[in-house]
Ligand binder design. Structure first.
Ligand code: NDP
Length: 479
């Protein structure tokens, strides 16, 4: 494979209305100039997706064949895994370990999982009165606009594409401006797998231009979005005009709660990966740590030693576990949160400084704050970087009250050896995903999404079927 920089519309690689550079955040070098879709290209993508969706070649395709296409796409991602993972690492700054061993294998597994759903989209037969047969059909929605962020570029793209295609829709994918390259590679592989031209379109561009034009376009039936809560609000507002369906997977400020009776070594490991995996650029990052007051000093010593061992490194090196922050702008944003933590009086226990590899790159040390107060900015706002805010709690009720004191509700972790306490805590935490004595576990079959302002709708699992189909109720008179 080679890098692609043009737009994929209707099976053709076409020029956009402008271009923008995509930068390797570890070296600060421009990797490529990518074509940007303006309003005219968004319109062309919608037309080609609509035509492809309505073409009998796709509309009437045997569901087993759709399943095979998805399986074939998984095979092609697997065959090209090394090149795609390398590209993801260069474009995003994430360690090669994460791209090659975690993100891309998930993409493969996800396409295989949803390949399995393509021929299982059955409806129901409803018991009704009178001589009638009433049954339901699950129909595709039509054209899906998938708008995805830069933190897990191909992975989250697959969270939208795999179920959308399994359910028989056509897709227009807009990757984040910072990380367009692997989405374009996926577009190429979808063509190679045999999806009809126009069923998978990939149109890079800036959010307020390309993304906004997609959300406003009356020819798109649904926007499947992952990104910040702020942008999610704009998307929902703009989608109201054409009353298109939206699903939103948004921000988080997820709590990780450590009780005194936990396996403290395991908890320290889980808390560390919970915040530093993916450089903390993870919507479900365990960015608020709550530790039971009686063990806080002891636990913090172990945690701080672990954080200090998480040194930044060249993301292409297989041993690196803390890569480069995705962009200069995000680097500045995270550093400004660290400054705010210091100026608001939190105690900096580890990291806190920008870093570089060979004198270059947007790196930040693994950072741990202690004695954080609930009203501090670093305790309330999504930082999306390797910055942990630690608070103390006195008992179960106090832990739950503090953990739930947020506008978000994406995920929550709890560490305890007391099974009853784990379940009581889990039941009362306001979050779409709960982890007990583990953190950051995902599987294609397990639904993922937020409560409160962390979003609406669910990615992954059986629930994703609801997001990409609509129900038709059919009545047949039997007399
Ligand atoms: P955004 O939410 O702005 O980006 C997510 C996607 O939405 C991108 O593809 C973006 O395009 C697109 N987008 C931006 N504006 C619009 C719009 N008006 N209409 C339609 N689509 C749009 O995240 P940012 O990249 O700006 O990051 C800002 C902050 O958001 C981060 O610091 C982090 O805190 C948070 N964030 C949270 C994520 C999560 O999963 N919870 C993911 C990413 C960011 P483009 O990138 O090209 O502008």
């Amino acid at each position: 494979m080679e890098l692609r920089t043009r737009l994929l519309i209707g099976g053709e690689w076409v020029e956009g209305s402008d271009r923008f550079p995509t930068v390797n955040p570890a070296t600060e070098e421009v990797i490529a100039e990518v074509e940007e879709a303006g309003t005219a290209e968004v319109d062309a993508a919608v037309r080609s997706a609509r035509e492809a969706f309505e073409d009998p070649a796709w509309r009437d395709m045997d569901p087993h064949r759709r399943s095979k296409l998805l399986w074939r796409l998984a095979d092609l991602v697997q065959e090209n895994l090394e090149f795609i993972a390398e590209t993801e690492t260069r474009d995003n700054g994430k360690p090669a370990f994460e791209s090659a061993k975690v993100d891309l294998p998930f993409v493969v597994a996800n396409f295989r999982y949803f390949a399995g759903w393509a021929d299982k989209l059955s409806g129901d037969v409803i018991p009704v009165s009178g001589p009638f047969l009433n049954y339901t059909l699950r129909e595709p929605l039509g054209v899906i606009g998938a708008i995805v962020p830069w933190n897990f570029p191909l992975n989250i793209a697959s969270w939208k594409l795999a179920p959308a295609l399994a359910c028989g829709n056509a897709v227009i994918l807009k990757p984040a401006e910072e990380t367009s390259l692997t989405a374009l590679l996926l577009g190429e592989l979808a063509l190679e797998a045999g999806f009809p031209p126009g069923i998978v379109n990939v149109i890079p561009g800036r959010g307020p231009i390309t993304g906004q034009a997609m959300v406003e376009h009356p020819g798109i039936d649904k926007i499947a979005f992952t990104g910040s809560t702020e942008t999610g609000r704009i998307v929902m507002r703009s989608a109201a005009e054409s009353l298109k369906k939206v699903s939103l997977e948004l921000g988080g400020k997820s709590p990780n709660v450590v009780f005194a009776d936990a396996d403290l070594a395991a908890a320290a490991r889980g808390v560390t990966t919970g915040i530093f995996y993916g450089k903390g650029e993870v919507c479900a990052a365990g960015s608020r740590l709550f530790v039971e007051a009686s063990i806080k000093d002891e636990f913090m010593d172990v945690l701080v030693a672990r954080a200090a061992g998480m040194t930044v490194g060249d993301p292409t090196h297989p041993k690196t576990r803390l890569g480069a922050i995705v962009s200069k702008a995000q680097h500045e944003r995270v550093l400004s949160y660290i400054e705010s933590g210091i100026s608001e009086g939190a105690v900096l226990r580890a990291g806190g400084k920008p870093a570089s590899v060979d004198g270059r790159g947007f790196f930040i040390e693994a950072t741990v704050f202690d004695d954080v107060k609930p009203d501090m900015k670093i305790a309330r706002e999504e930082i999306f970087g390797p910055v942990l805010a630690t608070l103390a709690f006195s008992d179960l009720d106090d832990a739950i009250d503090q953990a739930n004191e947020t506008i978000y509700g994406l995920a929550a972790g709890v560490w305890t050896r007391d099974v009853g306490k784990a379940h009581r805590d889990g039941r009362r935490e306001n979050a779409g995903t709960g982890w007990v004595n583990t953190y950051n576990r995902y599987e294609p079959g397990s639904p993922f999404g937020g409560w409160k302002q962390a979003g609406c709708g669910r990615d992954l699992g059986e629930r994703a079927r609801e997001e990409y189909t609509q129900t038709k109720s059919v009545w047949v008179a039997l007399d």
